[in-house]
Design a protein around this ligand. Sequence first.
Ligand SMILES: Cc1ncc(COP(=O)(O)O)c(C=O)c1O
Length: 429
Amino acid sequence: MRERLRALIPGAAHTYAKGDDQWPEFDAPVISHGDGAEVVDVDGNRYIEFGSGLRSVTLGHTFWPVIEAVEKSLRQGTNFVRPAAIELEAAEAFLQAVPTMDMVKFAKNGSDADSGAVRLARAITGRDLVAICVDHPFFSVDDWFMGSTTLDAGIPASTRAMTLKFRYNDVGTLEQLFAEFPDQIAAVVMEVEKVEPPQPGFLESVRRACDQHGALLVFDEIVTGFRWSTAGAHSLHGVVPDLSTWGKGMANGFSVAALAGKREYMERGGLDHAKERIFLLSYTNAAETPTLAAAIATMGFYAENPVIETLAKQGDRLAAGLRTVAKARGVEDQFTVFGRGCGLLYGTKDQDGNPSQPFRTLFLQETVKRGLLAPSLFDNYSHTDELVDRTIEIVDEALVVYARALEDGWEEHVVGRPVAPVMRRFNRA
Ligand SMILES: Cc1ncc(COP(=O)(O)O)c(C=O)c1O
């Protein structure tokens, strides 16, 4: 099946982050189905899974309150010529969950929401440039963002020149852009938090710089929304953006994303003003009703259950357990676990302390073999104590091999070619 996927689908998957090059050459399973925090591959092997649905499955696979809502909605038709009542219900549920925002428009992908925010900011300010935080790896599949990466083939130089970069926790680099390009920057786009938390005053100073220079502040809450907090990471820090984008976590893996924002900006995409019209997010399937039913059920479950607390608690348990076994195996400097409990990541380094894709490959190879799929350590509400404990055991066993490879060299242990980052210019160096 892997060969057929490669033959029929460029990248061997419909999302690059799931592609063959992200996994060891001979150990990448094809999934048959999922159940809670586990999946079963087409050969019948069962795995504990982290980062499910590229971090969008925050409650668990086949999560019944969501499935039931979707099933019910399916029986009532999926797409009409006028808005369905569920579109209002979903908007109300979202704005109740995220009280800092006044209006919301749904889409299918986070990329669309971010691109919508950029279009809106450009139209409102009459400016072309966008400043993005370079320490945040991904915002959109669209040209305004991809043109700023190494994977910029097919994107005109004129578009590439429109996206500028500043550093996280370094407002000076943003101030520098505002000074260099006065009255030209339409939007500042960033995540509130990735791995390191914002230094005291950083987010506030970004907010101030945007206000002072007339740019719209866009917080991308696509990963952090419904994970750091239901109301997004910005609500934890008390800094409110002009626009915000949402996606993963909103509908437990169903395809719903959102652009939300202050009324004065969002309503420019609406019908009740006399200014120039702005075409703001409009898709045939944007309001497909079963996915909105999934979003309402997911947001409803968050409102009534300790999802956020559980994601943080289980992630913290996992982090503590992994750090203990890494230390016990003498690889605590090479296999590191970092980030918030609800958004845990790991790093793999070689014997000289340099980040290493071959050692990542070895880690994936040895964990896949033992029944764990962990491209990241992002948990979901279905990761029970038992699954977390089993994950720690599996990693412990994998780290025995890791420790050996630090002495023998990874070439002795990795079967096939190493994995490679998605953002690279050529397939092979
Ligand atoms: C922070 C962030 N923003 C935007 C996106 C784009 O979302 P989508 O893949 O739904 O288009 C992603 C996807 O990984 C993301 O992580």
